[in-house]
Design a protein around this ligand. Structure first.
Ligand SMILES: [Zn+2]
Length: 86
């Protein structure tokens, strides 16, 4: 496993005490990569291929393959967010 630590800068618009304010926030993020799997440049979360049966489905809607009922785990395939916070 390979870990990357990064700061993510976000701009947010808040409605607070009757006025709209812009808030700049810095979030800490830790990403994890399964280095045993090669990087797939054509990878799309909405059209993933089941590692068990090869069936294609949308991993944002299904965590279980609709063809073979294999549980799809994002972290087994590529980058995943390990931690997100301040
Ligand atoms: Zn499958």
């Amino acid at each position: 496993m390979n870990l990357i630590h990064a700061d993510v800068h976000v701009e947010d618009t808040c409605y607070l005490n009757g006025k709209i304010t812009r808030v700049h926030d810095v979030l800490k993020v830790v990403m994890r990569k399964n280095v045993t799997k090669p990087v797939d440049m054509r990878f799309k979360i909405t059209s993933i291929h089941c590692p068990t049966c090869g069936g294609s489905f949308d991993a944002t809607k299904n965590k279980i393959c609709p063809y073979c009922s294999n549980v799809y785990r994002m972290e087994d395939i590529d980058w995943s967010v390990e931690m997100l916070g301040r």
